[in-house]
Ligand binder design. Sequence first.
Ligand SMILES: Nc1ncnc2c1ncn2[C@@H]1O[C@H](COP(=O)(O)OP(=O)(O)OP(=O)(O)O)[C@@H](O)[C@H]1O
Length: 490
Amino acid sequence: MDVSSPTDLRLGTRFADELPELAVRWQAEEAPEPQLVVLNEPLAAELGLDPRWLRSEAGVRLLVGAEVPDGATPVAQGYAGHQFGGYSPRLGDGRALLLGELTDPAGRVRDLHLKGSGRTPWARGGDGLAGLGPMLREHVVSEAMHTLGIPTTRSLAVVATGRGVRREQVLPGAVLARVASSHLRVGSFQYARATGDDDLLRRLADHAIARHHPAARDAGPAGAAYVALLEGVVEAQARLVAQWMLVGFVHGVMNTDNMTISGESIDYGPCAFLDAYDPATVFSSIDEGGRYAYRNQPAAAQWNLARLAEALLPLIDADEERAVETATRSLQGFATTYADAFTADAAAKLGLPAGLDRAVVASLVEDLLALMAAARVDHTSFFRALGDAARGDVEGVRGVVLDLPGLDAWLERWRGLGPDAEAMDRVNPVYIPRNHLVEQALDAATAGDLAPLHRLLEAVTAPYDERPGLAAYAEPGPAGAGPYVTFCGT
Ligand SMILES: Nc1ncnc2c1ncn2[C@@H]1O[C@H](COP(=O)(O)OP(=O)(O)OP(=O)(O)O)[C@@H](O)[C@H]1O
C-alpha cells in the first residue's frame, strides 16, 4: 500500500536510539513559502510513497520537515572530518537533519534526510541554508549517477523555501530531501574515536555492520567482525571510485566527511564530469592544490580509508601494534580490488569478451587512455564512438585522436579481440550531465524557468538511449573554455 498521509508513514529511530551521542534532536526551520520544484516520482514509488500525496500541501510539509509523522525523531548527526587534509573535530549536520529510517516495500531500510533545513547546533558560523541551484545540481547529478549504475544517495525532491540565501548574491533557498542507505561517514567513526569512548565506537561499528556489511558479523571472534567491516568498506569504495573514473566523474571534495560507509557517493557540491580527457582536471575553485583532481581520486580514497582504519584500531585488537598490522593488511586490499574493478569495467566499456587475460586487457586500456589524454578527446563521446568503430566505422575516433598510426595499431589489436558493439552501447552513455548544461539548467531554474532542467533530466535519466532531439546534450562544452570552476555548492 502506498503511503498517502503522514499517519501512514513510519520513520524508524534506530540511529537516534542506538547512538544518542551522535544524534542531536532537532527541528527544521519553518520555510516561509514552500514550493515543490522537482519530485522524483520513480523513487517515491520505490519507497512506497504516493507521489500525489507528496505533491500535496501535507506532503510538501514533510519534504521540508515542517511536519513529521508521529514517533519520528529528527536528529542532526555528529561527525568529524579531514577537509583537504586538515582535521576538523566537530563538523556534523550544520544544515541537515535525519528525519528517520524508512523501510521500503521491498524491506530495504533507507535514511530520509533533509539538507538546507536550517541551523543546527553543529552549524558553527553557517546559516543552515542551501541555495536552489546547488540542491538542483545534487538532484540532477545523483539521478544521473543512479541511472549510470553507480551507487549513490538519491534525491527524492527539491522544495524552494521562499527564503533568500545570502551568498555572493542572494539566492532562492531550497531544501533537498535525500534518501540514502545511511549517512554514516568515515567522519562519523573519527568523531566516535575522538571521544575516547570505545563503547560508542563499538556501537557505531555494530550499527554499520548491521546496516551495510551484515556478513562481517559472522567473521569470527573478537576483532574479526571489525576487520571485516573495514574490508567491506575498502571494497565498496574501491569499486565505487573505479566506476567514477570510468565515467569521468570528479567528486571535487573527497573529504572524510564525504565518504560513506555504505559505498554510496555523497555530496554533489563542486563536482563535474570530464569533457576533455585530462587526468589533471580539477573542477572545484576551493581545491587550489589539486588534491582532489580526477587522477588523484583513488589515492584520496585510500587516504580516507586509512583514517577509517585508524579510528577502528581499538576494536580490531587490544594490542595497538597488532591492530595496526592487521588494519594495514586490510587497506592493502584497496589496490587489488580497485585494479580488478577498473579493468573489468573498462573491458566492458571496450566490449571485450569475458575470460581474456587480465594483463592483456590492462595494457590495452592503458594504451588507449594515453592516446585519449594526448589529444584531450571528449571522454564520453569517444567511448561511444568506439562502439561505431567496433562496427567498422572508425571515422569518429580517427577524427579526434592526434597519433593516427598509434590509434590504428591500437584499433587493430582491439578489434582482433572481437569487441561486441551492442554490448558497448549498453554501458557507454551518450548523455551525462555536462557541466555547461547543468549550469544553464540551474541558472534558468533559479530564474523561474524549469524547462531546461526537465529536458536535461530527460537526457541523463536514459543515458544510453540516443535520441535525435537531444543532440546538444551529447556535445562537449565550448572548446577552449577549460575546466569549469564550480563554486562550492552551498
Ligand atoms: N550553510 C551552512 N550552514 C551550516 N553548516 C554548513 C553550511 N554549509 C555547510 N555546512 C557544514 O559544513 C560541513 C561541510 O559541508 P559540506 O558542504 O561538505 O556538506 P553539506 O553539503 O552541507 O552536506 P552533506 O555532506 O551531507 O551533503 C558540514 O558539516 C555541513 O553541515
